[in-house]
Design a protein. Structure first.
Length: 328
């Protein structure tokens, strides 16, 4: 087993040195290293990249936060499918071969913990975002058992390797934000040139993973498949006033045609019950966790404060099978 993990690390070195992350998904599927990693992953976890594609939707979700005139904090949202009329966090889907090493770690976690989530959280065909109910109740034991392990997994997937400064998830997420809204992440030496003229990304703070399940229905109404939704949630730090961010994003989505209009959603509003009439479950879940983790104040009329990270990470006694990151 150690030989396989060492081989994965060598594949990772070539992934970085040869800049394979710039290849498209189709080219990566033909890459010898990715094919070899696929074989190793199947041997260790029983899952392949195609298995993940067929059963999971992986998404980067960005929480961009600014204060409003009424002193509440607001998060930027975009309209989703026209038929739902709901708003969601900006971002986009990530193909598994664009984050191959993070996908391997997810497969390892899922191999050991799938049954516990299916039998204890998503049981009896519950497709009503059960993780949101857990955090809404602030059920500490259940949060420690089912939510915190996903946040620990998010940390491992973010930077899979020791002393590795390349996060495939962040890179793909930033790329999605640039394509969707023209929000760019410039190098430090160019930031002073953009400051005050347009909004731009400075970085991101990891919040965690939102896990959900949904049915895929045939046009006749018959259920044909069940899929998992995995959202990598980040508090994306954007330079610029709320007005400047709005101007930059509106121009970007008009050029890309990805969405029509934006909405600054009050964090106190989306944290409350009744959010589902207008917002996607991920928006609510992120608002609640931002508050519980002390990363942002989501109380009404709280006054202007800087979002802060929790000083003492929550320790988990989850009862799940612990998965140690073999790549570190």
């Amino acid at each position: 087993m150690e030989n396989l993990y060492s081989e994965i690390k060598e594949i990772r070195k070539r992934w970085i040195s040869e800049r394979k992350f710039l290849l498209d998904s189709e080219s990566l599927s033909q890459d010898d290293d990715i094919r070899r990693l696929d074989t190793i992953m199947e041997e260790i976890t029983g899952l392949t990249f195609n298995d993940l594609r067929n059963n999971f939707d992986f998404r980067f979700s960005a929480a961009i936060i600014r204060g409003g005139m009424n002193r509440d904090n607001y998060v930027l949202t975009l309209p989703t499918h026209k038929e739902t009329g709901k708003y969601a966090l900006p971002g986009g889907k990530i193909d598994v071969t664009k984050m191959p090493f993070s996908s391997f770690l997810f497969s390892l976690f899922w191999k050991n913990n799938r049954v516990k989530y299916e039998d204890n959280v998503f049981m009896n065909g519950d497709y009503n975002a059960p993780l949101t109910h857990i955090v809404d109740r602030n059920a500490i034991q259940e949060i420690d058992r089912y939510v915190v392990p996903l946040e620990d997994l998010a940390g491992q997937m973010d930077f899979p390797f020791d002393r590795d400064t390349h996060s495939d998830i962040r890179r793909e997420g930033y790329r999605e934000l640039e394509e969707e809204m023209d929000l760019q992440k410039p190098s430090r030496k160019y930031r002073h040139e953009l400051s005050g003229t347009r909004a731009f990304i400075q970085g991101a703070r990891r919040i965690g993973i939102f896990l959900d399940r949904y049915r895929v229905a045939h046009p006749t109404g018959e259920e044909v498949a069940k899929r998992w939704f995995v959202s990598f949630n980040y508090h994306v730090l954007v330079n610029g006033s709320r007005k400047l961010i709005t101007e930059t994003v509106e121009k970007g989505i008009e050029a890309s045609g990805e969405a029509e209009g934006i909405r600054w959603a009050s964090l106190p509003e989306v944290r409350r019950q009744g959010y589902e009439a207008m917002y996607h479950d991920t928006v609510h879940y992120v608002a609640v966790r931002l508050h519980q983790l002390g990363m942002a104040n989501t109380d009404a009329r709280h006054g202007r404060i800087k979002p802060r990270l929790r000083s003492n990470p929550i320790e988990s006694d989850s009862g799940l099978i612990e998965v140690k990151n073999p790549l570190r």
